[in-house]
Ligand binder design. Structure first.
Ligand SMILES: *Cc1c(COP(=O)(O)O)cnc(C)c1O
Length: 393
């Protein structure tokens, strides 16, 4: 927590469209994405991972569409309940929770939790007595553009013991969850964890295991199109059939990016176009948004957004794209080839597409005096946002 007075100017929401940068979120696109993934994964409960974009109008649209919610903090619980979700539609999926936060969730009626360690089972037994709990398994993030490393999950042998221990503590050990990394491009990457889960279910004896939560990670179109969500649903269902056979568990998914990303368009202004030498034909294009203003996922150039400019179609040449701050890591793309129109100049507005997930909430509160990225939610249309469905049909 900062103890000095906040220096960053906080413009009134009414200014939001007068000055870049800002993110326009078309909540109808998010709802359409929810319906498409829910249809593709018929019979599976879809929990929207709220951290991808917690804007209240977006949450309300998803409540109306029938979504469940994966929450990771007390604030996310409050946002979902305020948006009209019932506590039994929430899953507290973060495996690292403060005791007080577990108690808070329990008092609000949340009864569904994830864990991956002994200490967390002890906390859940004490502060969420009798709750239904899933154990998170370690999973490989190979193939994901935004991997999750080994921070979450535990090995299957430990998971089995922890589920047994949970029962001895009067919790309801109900199954397992895992996450194969975000923007996971390969539909076959779910199968190894599904196989591990099936083996664990077989060894679980009389534990009442019944839920298989295959997490999020479902990819969207950035500069390069991802495979359609139906391919992922097919691969996951086929893997469950193969490894669980007739004893199909109740299935859960936790899409975040898939629902929020296509709904957002980030509007940014070109601050400067510059050249560093006569010999280098790359232009440097500095935008008024960068790594600290919401484009955190350009780290290692992992997420490569699609851009549009007012000069699209005119002759173009390679650029290096950078943000506006005085930090030298604030470069978006220098190794990935981006080409922008030669006519591009200061003051032009560039649209960054697919920017509805993991942007506004990742922006700093005032680094270099730049205020956090503002979000404007619109009911439908006008944002230039296109869902995967629109692009494909
Ligand atoms: C972030 C997160 C998700 C969502 O991941 P996406 O790649 O955005 O779909 C799902 N489940 C958990 C537990 C998460 O932490």
């Amino acid at each position: 927590m900062t103890v000095t007075a906040a220096a960053a100017p906080r413009p009134a929401p009414s200014d939001a469209l007068d000055q870049t940068p800002y993110l326009v979120v078309d909540v109808a696109v998010a709802a359409a994405q929810y319906r498409r993934i829910a249809r593709a994964f018929a019979g599976t409960r879809a929990y929207y991972a709220v951290k991808a974009n917690p804007e209240p109008p977006l949450l309300r649209a998803l409540v109306a569409a029938g979504a469940h919610f994966d929450v990771a903090s007390t604030a996310e619980i409050d946002l979902c309940l305020a948006a009209g979700a019932r506590p039994d539609q929430l899953s507290y999926g973060n495996t690292i929770k403060k005791a007080g936060d577990i108690a808070y969730a329990y008092a609000r009626g949340v009864r569904f939790f994830a864990f991956d360690s002994l200490g967390e089972v002890d906390k859940l037994a004490r502060y969420a007595p009798g709750a239904t709990v899933l154990c998170r398994l370690l999973a490989s993030s190979t193939g994901a553009r935004w991997p999750l490393s080994r921070k979450f999950g535990c090995a299957p042998d430990l998971a089995l013991d922890l589920l047994g221990y949970a029962r001895s503590q009067q919790l309801d050990p109900a199954g397992v969850c895992f996450h194969v990394g975000s923007q996971q491009l390969d539909p076959d990457r779910w199968e190894p964890s599904i196989a591990t889960a099936a083996e664990l279910f077989r060894r679980a004896g009389d534990l009442p295991l019944r839920y298989l939560n295959v997490g999020g990670g479902f990819p969207v179109d950035y500069r390069v199109a991802a495979r359609p969500i139906e391919d992922f649903a097919f691969a996951v269902h086929a893997a469950v059939d193969r490894h669980f056979g007739a004893d199909r568990p109740e299935m859960m998914i936790e899409p975040g990016r898939y629902i929020a990303a296509p709904a957002g368009v980030l509007h940014t202004e070109v601050v400067l176009v510059a050249r560093k030498s006569y010999a280098d034909d790359h232009r440097w294009v500095y935008l008024d948004v960068g790594r600290f203003g919401g484009l955190a996922e350009t780290e290692d150039e992992a997420i490569q957004y699609r851009l549009s400019t007012p000069h699209d179609g005119a002759p173009a040449a390679p650029v290096i794209l950078a943000g506006p701050t005085c930090d030298s890591v604030d470069i978006l793309y220098q190794h990935t080839r981006y080409s922008l129109p030669l006519a591009l100049q200061s003051g032009d507005v560039i649209q960054i597409h697919g920017a509805g997930a993991y942007t506004a909430t990742y922006s700093s509160v005032g680094f270099n005096g730049i205020p956090p990225l503002r979000t404007v939610c619109v009911p439908s249309g006008g944002s230039g946002a296109m869902s995967n469905a629109d692009v494909r049909k």
